[in-house]
Ligand binder design. Structure first.
Ligand SMILES: Cc1cc2nc3c(=O)[nH]c(=O)nc-3n(C[C@H](O)[C@H](O)[C@H](O)COP(=O)(O)OP(=O)(O)OC[C@H]3O[C@@H](n4cnc5c(N)ncnc54)[C@H](O)[C@@H]3O)c2cc1C
Length: 341
């Protein structure tokens, strides 16, 4: 029995982990990028590690918490320090009033998906973008090079809703096409991220700053040095996420201009003019960063009757990594159950 998984994000990895460990099925994962873990993304640069998508895994889902602290705790790191807030005028206030735990890994948050896949015999085909899904006595996938993969008894589909919509409309299987239509209705916020590196330590009493009135051009500034193993002593790395409005407006602007503007705004916000001139920078635009709503549950269940299961934060109804992983685990269980009944 063959199962195909499109997308190696937190949701796809968790579903693979469950299906592979609870059934006899052969699981093949197709991931368009070079790396795994999707929007929970990390890069390395000269001995530094930084996360330019999800900042951390929140510790507020019991099941996922247990999974990372008990099963996949090798290299697990707790983010140190508090999150402070700021308003439209850039006034910083102490504390956000939550005491939840925040997890990442010393070598980057992508370790979570690497752990999950590492505990399976699944085949993970990286740099394989699926462009078409069709049905002919089983599910078939066509990749960007025109190669066909299949047939699969069931599919787990993990890309963000707009990309899932492209794949699932036009399969000719009514319930699946209807899910594709529902997925196309899920609204997303765009986030443009600048990464700013400095050869000195920044002396502030918080891990991160978050804008709470959604009226500042910066939404978030996090300090990677608060994550054990990420930044060598004597250096700092700031991850700056622009607000959704600014990000959408500047999405196609020259990246170096965006980075320079965000560095200046960050310097003003933190109150240290040295921060306007980083020693090195990186950036990433996330067009589909955060789903603002979930998908219609009925459409999800109907497509599952045809062997097509969607998973991810937009199906869970919460744009958070722990929600995607939790949903992936549960989807894996549904697939396993579907194979045995
Ligand atoms: C800037 C930013 C900051 C965030 N901050 C946080 C945070 O601090 N804490 C938190 O909990 N969450 C945060 N999130 C949200 C978090 O990243 C997501 O909720 C979570 O990673 C979603 O996982 P997923 O499995 O649903 O999807 P994804 O991670 O999007 O995985 C989908 C995968 O499918 C692949 N794919 C897409 N199309 C195809 C195709 N056609 N063929 C093959 N593969 C394909 C993609 O490459 C990707 O690997 C943030 C997100 C962003 C963008």
């Amino acid at each position: 029995m063959e199962i195909g998984v499109i997308g190696a994000g937190g949701g796809g990895a968790a579903a693979t982990y469950v299906v592979d460990n609870t059934t006899e099925a052969e699981v093949t994962v197709f991931e368009k990028s070079r790396g795994v873990c999707g929007r929970a993304a990390a890069r390395r640069r000269d001995g530094r590690v930084y996360e330019y998508g999800a900042n951390y895994l929140k510790g507020d889902d019991e099941r996922v918490n247990e999974l990372v602290t008990e099963e996949f705790n090798e290299g697990l790191a707790e983010v140190e320090g508090d999150i402070w807030t700021f308003d439209a005028e850039g006034n910083v206030s102490e504390g956000r009033g939550d005491d939840e735990r925040r997890w990442t890994y010393e070598d980057g948050i992508t370790r979570l998906a690497k752990h999950l896949f590492g505990a399976t015999d699944a085949t993970v085909r990286r740099e394989t973008r699926i462009e078409d899904v069709s049905y002919d006595d089983g599910w078939w996938l066509t990749d960007a090079e025109g190669r066909e993969h299949g047939s699969f008894e069931a599919l787990v589909v993990n890309p963000p809703a707009p990309q899932t919509a492209e794949l699932l409309t036009g399969t000719g299987v009514e319930k699946v096409d209807r899910l594709g239509d529902s997925a196309s209705d899920v609204p997303y916020r765009t986030v443009w991220t600048a990464v700013l590196g400095y050869g000195f330590e920044i002396d502030v009493p918080y891990y991160a700053l978050i804008n709470t009135d959604d009226r500042h051009e910066i939404g978030w500034v996090g300090r990677e040095e608060c994550k054990p193993g990420h930044v060598p002593d004597g250096e700092s790395v700031l991850v700056v996420q622009a607000s959704p409005d600014w990000s959408a407006e500047r999405y196609d602007a020259p990246p170096e201009e965006n980075v320079a503007e965000l560095a200046e705004k960050t310097a003003r916000l933190i109150g240290d003019e040295r921060l306007a001139e980083p020693d090195w920078t990186d950036h990433q635009g996330w067009r589909y960063a955060l789903a603002d709503d979930g998908v219609a549950a009925g459409a999800v269940g109907d497509a599952a009757d045809e062997g097509v299961y969607v998973t991810g934060d937009w199906v869970a109804g919460e744009a958070r990594l722990h929600a995607a992983v939790r949903h992936g685990l549960e989807t894996g269980e549904r697939v396993a159950y579907g194979l045995t009944t």
